[in-house]
Write a protein that binds this ligand. Structure first.
Ligand code: AMP
Length: 216
């Protein structure tokens, strides 16, 4: 199965993708994670993407589509793909079609996480993750049971994304509205868009996504 998780920053795409990986052995293809790894490793792609990401703008279509193509080429044909944060523009949606065809895959669903933008700024601004295992936390909504210690792995180092500040979040929202939301009709015309309430508790969102997958 191949699915796209679509929604603005903070909608819960990464959280839900992580759960699908756990439950179904699918693979999460997050262009944001790939780009952050490239920035950290100071590769040519990372050097080009760093400032763009810090401003909350979009990295070039050619770069992100090449990242996705490479990942799919390296994956087993029987492993399902969850596209998280890709495609984000009409050009990327077109590229994804070509890339999927090249790898003999077809898109099953585009799952749109419906969310309230104001609540998202609050969600994104306070979020941080365990530096060892990646478990997500939030200053106001989800703190570790023991202060400074990760519930999942016991790690004591945490990190925040440099682009998770109020100003950059607004730019990322604006980019979503202007460039990403307009690709929905493209998939709606194919009858594969399913909407899920992204403001519901995490486990309810997961249940709603599971229901969509089971309808395949
Ligand atoms: P994310 O982790 O998905 O929120 O992405 C973080 C940042 O990486 C975005 O604000 C963009 O600057 C960049 N990025 C991630 N995915 C894409 C994409 N598909 N197209 C363009 N830029 C992207």
């Amino acid at each position: 199965m191949n699915i796209i998780l679509l929604g603005p920053p903070g909608a819960g795409k990464g959280t839900q993708a992580g759960l699908l990986v756990e439950h179904h052995g699918m693979r999460q293809l997050s262009t944001g994670d790939m780009l952050r790894a490239a920035v950290k490793a100071q590769t040519p792609v990372g050097l080009e993407a760093k400032a763009v990401m810090e401003r909350g703008e979009l990295v070039s279509d050619a770069i992100v589509s090449a990242l996705i193509d490479d990942e799919l080429a390296a994956m087993g044909a029987d492993v399902g793909a969850i596209f998280d944060g890709y495609p984000r523009t009409e050009a990327q949606a077109m590229s994804l079609d070509a890339i999927l065809a090249k790898h003999d895959r077809a898109l099953d669903f585009v799952i749109e996480l419906m969310v309230d933008e104001e609540a998202l700024v609050d969600r994104v601004e306070g979020r941080y993750t365990c530096a060892s295992c990646g478990e997500g936390y939030h200053d106001r909504h989800k703190q570790p049971a023991v202060d400074g210690v990760c519930d999942k792995c016991g790690g004591t180092e945490f990190k925040r994304r440099p682009d998770d500040n109020a100003e950059t979040v607004r730019t990322r929202m604006a980019e979503y509205r202007a460039k990403t939301a307009p690709i929905l009709p493209f998939y709606e015309a194919r009858g594969i868009v399913q909407r899920v309430d992204g403001m519901a508790p995490i486990e309810d969102v997961t249940a709603a996504i599971e229901k969509v997958l089971a309808s395949a």
